[in-house]
Design a binder for this molecule. Structure first.
Ligand code: SAM
Length: 252
């Protein structure tokens, strides 16, 4: 790539971030969450700023950014699962906002997997503070782990992904989900939220979530629906379930 191309790509990425941050800022002002629960989930964190950044096997431009509140609640409402029978997993749980929102549903357990220790500490502190005003926080576990090697609980029935990963990393995570289904054959729903390319090269309207392309290309998964976000088209969610669950063999 020439210097000019590199510069143009960088400028596109900066413009993308500006649009993204403006949009998120507007949504956060419309639906305040942190002040209601005395928590810290709204502010973005660039992962390279974290003290453990050298040890994180995550893309250099990766960041923590929260899913908007209405988007998450609306997407989870559209996921048809037996809440009492399943564990909910937020893959790349960051500061834990989605975990807190998931307490509004009667999931058996609510698990967040997060590669950054600093973000896990913030999430745990958020859970503790929120437990004073929200029921169900005692069902939450924040696990410090790389999602690509994390053993997915064998009762996980709904996994939420908000654009945390590249396609390669998402495929590795889906392999872990498929391992778990082999151990305990069952129906599993995946919810991928967020459209768009972090490098700003594609029009948002045309772009499916990066992480969801892993499910699109693996024969074990089929798309079962799309949920429009009440916040912005960028935050639409794409739902998948494993195929051939009736036979107890997702790979048959
Ligand atoms: C865009 S944030 C989403 C946070 C949260 N799920 C939400 O929707 O509010 C993505 C998170 O994924 C985490 N992450 C990225 N790669 C990861 C990996 N391999 N294993 C675990 N967490 C990872 C990042 O540290 C970041 O906190």
């Amino acid at each position: 790539m020439s210097d000019n191309d590199r510069r143009a790509k960088l400028l596109r990425a900066m413009e993308y971030r500006r649009i993204f941050d403006d949009r998120l800022g507007r949504i956060e002002r419309e639906t305040p969450f942190d002040s209601l629960h005395d928590v810290d989930t709204a502010s973005n964190v660039e992962l390279w700023e974290l003290p453990e950044s050298d040890r994180l096997q995550i893309g250099r431009d990766a960041r923590y950014s929260p899913s908007p509140v209405r988007t998450v609640l609306n997407a989870l409402r559209h996921c048809d699962v037996d809440h009492e029978e399943v564990t909910f997993v937020d893959v790349g749980s960051g500061k834990g906002r989605v975990l807190l929102l998931a307490t509004e549903f009667p999931f058996r357990r609510i698990v967040g997997v997060e590669a950054s220790e600093t973000l896990c500490d913030i999430a745990r502190s958020n859970v503790e503070k929120a437990s004073e005003t929200r029921e169900g926080c005692d069902r939450i576990d924040v696990v410090h782990a790389d999602a690509t090697t994390f053993d997915v609980p064998d009762d996980a029935g709904l996994l939420y992904f908000y654009e945390p990963f590249s396609v390669d990393v998402s495929s590795a995570v889906l392999e872990r989900v498929e391992d778990s289904i082999r151990r305990n054959p069952r129906r599993v729903v995946l919810c991928f939220t967020g459209r768009g390319q972090p490098d700003g090269q594609a029009s948002e309207r045309e772009t499916p979530p990066v992480a969801a392309s892993a499910a699109e290309t693996r024969p074990q998964w089929k798309r079962i629906g799309t949920v429009s976000s009440p916040d912005a088209e960028f935050y639409d969610s794409f739902l998948y379930e494993n195929v051939n669950v009736d036979h107890g063999s997702p790979e048959a």
